[in-house]
Ligand binder design. Sequence first.
Ligand SMILES: [Zn+2]
Length: 418
Amino acid sequence: MQLKTILNRVQKFKSFVYGNIIWLDAKPNNPAILIHVEARTNSKPICSGCGNTGSGYDTLPPRMFEFVPFWNIAVFLAYAMRRVDCKKCGVKVERVPWADGKNTLTKTYMQFLAAWAKKLSWKETALSFHTTWEKVFKSVEWSVTWGLAHRDLSNIRSIGVDEVLWHLGHKYLTVVYQIDKECKRLLWVGKDRTIKTLLRFFFFFGKQRSAQLLFICTDMWKPYLKVIAKKASQAIHVLDRFHIAMHMNKAIDEVRAQETRELKAKGFNPILTHSRWCLLKRPENLTATQEVKLLDLLRYNLKAIRSYLLKEDFQFFWDYVSPHWAGKFLDLWCTRAMRSRIAPMKKVARMLRSHRELLLNWFRAKKTISSGVIEGFNNKLKLTTRKSYGFRTFRAAEIALYHTLGDLPEPECTHKFC
Ligand SMILES: [Zn+2]
């Protein structure tokens, strides 16, 4: 069987044929195959400006396009691009089916690299296929651009808005997810977490789609609350359970750290040291050692422990069905927290009180929104940003996030190369 036979089976181009196939390099350690591509005789070139066929103007010197490697041998297509004498656009380079514009990577190769970049980090992908980080980035960018242009944004009913730290923890991103039962994906990424950031999302999303939103899930971050009240006031605005837990944990952390310092200063045993995870984790997630430690800790009447018990009690809130009784529970809990004389817990209570209605919206939306979605996305997102040490720029982070979390469509192909 000839290589040409294989090529015609896996990657056939209309109006083009495969010509000579030669070794590109005689070096035994670094072999490469060059496949000549020729236009079918009498085929007319397509104008890259408007997509219409035109008569040929002239032919440019051959160019090489990188294709999917074969048995660890680099493969290039070589083709002499024709120029079209287009009635509409003037003299233009022709459009070819295997590559876009000035790109030296074939679409198939970019799709191949982008698919691997979902499984490996970009650096690992580059190393595995003897290519560069930049080429992998370019491939993922191409794939994401295609996917964003071809995705379906109809029937979005529920969204979640979240803020995430990135760039070594110095900067924020705002991310918007679709959190409908039948479709969960990242919809949008923006720089910062200001009013302007979320306004940009609504501008992108459009008035009509915004008016169709039924539920919006967020943190208590003020700029978000403001923008949502203005841009999608018809939607039920829900405060996300995951974010409330984060605020509680932050308060407990604060109490514990301060109390540890106080105990040390007074010369007591450092019982609270190494107790951080016992207090932050849900009891069912504790390891055996942590469980023993927690039981030990519970014997002391410490502020950290009382805060922990308050947090654990609050979990019952989420089990209510009726907003009315949930509201009663919330009020009681807040009163207890206010009487605890623990400043960080009082702060949480005040915050919950001032967002009472939004919190109770949770029970109005309960059947529609699955609670763990935002938390799940948040974890995956952290994994993506952590895995990619190369993300110095917002553009790279943005592309990587759409790539891994966007659930984007991909171009159809006759053969899957990976
Ligand atoms: Zn044209």
